[in-house]
Structures are given as C-alpha cells and as structure tokens.
Design a protein. Structure first.
Length: 286
C-alpha cells in the first residue's frame, strides 16, 4: 500500500514519527556545548565509522538495537568477571571489611518509624515499583518526543539490568545477611549483586540522560543528574540499612549499573552519529 492510499490515521502517525525523529536529531545531539556526535578518541571514531556503515545497510534504528544487544553481551561478561573476582575481594582487608561493621551500625540506627520509611522508599526500586516507574517514564518521554528511542533505551536498560542481576546471583549464590539482622519483609534470593541498586542506577540514569538532552539550562541539567545520583546512592544504602544486602553487594550494583548505563549512552550517541549522516526516512523506517 502506498502512502497515497494509507488511512489518514496511519499517515498522520508516520508523519508524527518522522517529525519526532527529525527533532531528535536536531536537539539531542548536544548537551550544553558538548556535541554528542563528535568522537574525541581513536576508538570512538572507529566505532562511529563501523556503526555508520552498519546503519547504511540496515537502518539507524536497527543498528541501535544491534548495538544494544552487543552491549548487553559485554555487560553480562562484566557481570561474570566481577563475580569471578568476588572471592578475592571478600578475602582481602578492602571494601569487604566494611560489610559487618556497616550492618551493625545500621542495626543500631533503626527504629520502627525509620524502618517503615526506608522500607517504603526501597520498594520504589523493587520488582513492582521500578517497572512502574520505567513504564511511566517511557510513555511520557516517547509520546512527548513522538519517537521510539526513549522506549528502546529504557526497555534495554531494564532488561540488561535484570540479566546482569540474574547472572551475578546464579554464579556467586551468596547468602544474604542473617534474617535475625534484617528488617521484614525478608528476601531469600542470592545476595550478590544488589538488584535494587543496579536497577536504580541504570533506570534512573537513563531517564535522567534523556531528560537532560532536552534541558537548555545548566542548572536544570545539574539538578536532574543530582536527583538521579542521589536516588541511586540512597537506594543502595537503604539495602544495607534494612539488612537485605551486604555493602559489597551494593558496591557491585553501583559499578555494574554504571558500566551498563555507560554502554547504553554510548549506543545512543552512536545512533545519533549514524542518523546524522543518513536520510531522514532511514531513521524512521529502519
């Protein structure tokens, strides 16, 4: 069916998508004075060149999806490597030496009121709260921008975070702090890494990234990033406070989540770079 014989609603939807994609390429390329489609390192320029060739063959959006799949493989490898070196970390006098003292300090700070507040707060990044937050952000950002890109990035962020959490827990199978030292409701899955922490930094991070792309004010961008960082940090600390995770589980969530977030942002930058050199219809249809 040609465009001339398409129903009006379908034609309107296509035009809206095309408008959103064109606006995306025009506005999202820069954050302040920084051009996200300019690559300063040799590796970055090589990656951009490869993705541009790939985009010319399969379309920019398909290349974005493929880049995210490859990135997810890298993230899973990082998760596996981190779990493999876990024993060496816990046997040293480094970060792992804080596990028991921090849990004991948290136990001394607890009270019925504070326990209830922290439990409610940590549930925001849980298996119910985080998907709701992600879907709401996905719908708002995708509809306002008339683009599939926010949906793709947020879904990729959540799925990658879930896979990394499952991989880490299956490989290490670390026991959580004793139930007698924890605040109910209790959790029984393996402890390493902290899934709540990983989800918080990845999902909040990608939402913050998408928001700052459309913020012209430096103060607004700083505030957005600060809120996301504060959320990820406090969610992680809440897991230690409640005795649901050891501190090293939380540190692993922060580091692995940060790595996956960096991969997603890099994939989006490559998408913007390749789309900049592609005809508009390739971005929409690809």
């Amino acid at each position: 069916m040609t465009d001339g014989h398409e129903p009006r609603a379908v034609r309107s939807f296509r035009e809206s998508q095309r408008e959103g994609d064109e606006e995306e390429l025009r506005i999202d390329r820069t954050v302040g004075s920084v051009d996200l489609t300019h690559w300063y390192t040799p590796l970055g320029r090589v990656l951009a060149s490869v993705i541009q060739r790939l985009s010319a063959a399969i379309g920019s959006r398909a290349a974005l999806l493929l880049t995210l799949v490859i990135g997810a493989g890298i993230a899973l490898l990082l998760s596996f490597i981190s779990s493999r070196i876990y024993d060496a970390i816990t046997e040293s006098d480094g970060v792992a030496g804080l596990d028991r003292p921090l849990l004991q300090a948290a136990m001394r700070a607890r009270s019925p009121v504070l326990d209830a507040i922290v439990t409610g707060y940590t549930d925001i990044a849980g298996p119910i709260g985080m998907p709701i937050l992600a879907v709401v952000a996905l719908l708002i950002l995708s509809l306002r921008r008339k683009s599939w890109t926010p949906a793709i990035l947020i879904v990729a962020a959540g799925l990658g975070s879930l896979l990394m959490t499952i991989a880490g827990k299956d490989v290490i199978d670390r026991e959580r702090p004793p139930l007698i030292d924890a605040v109910p409701p209790y959790e029984y899955s393996p402890s390493f890494p902290s899934g709540h922490t990983l989800n918080a930094i990845v999902v909040a991070g990608i939402i913050a990234y998408l928001v700052i792309l459309r913020r012209r004010s430096t103060h607004a961008r700083i505030l957005t990033v600060s809120v996301a960082v504060l959320f990820a940090l406090t969610i992680g600390l809440s897991r230690v406070f409640l005795g649901h995770h050891w501190f090293t589980d939380v540190v692993a969530g922060w580091t692995l989540g940060g790595a996956w977030l960096a991969i997603i942002i890099t994939a989006h930058r490559l998408y913007l770079t390749s789309s900049r050199h592609s005809p508009p219809h390739e971005t929409t249809e690809g």
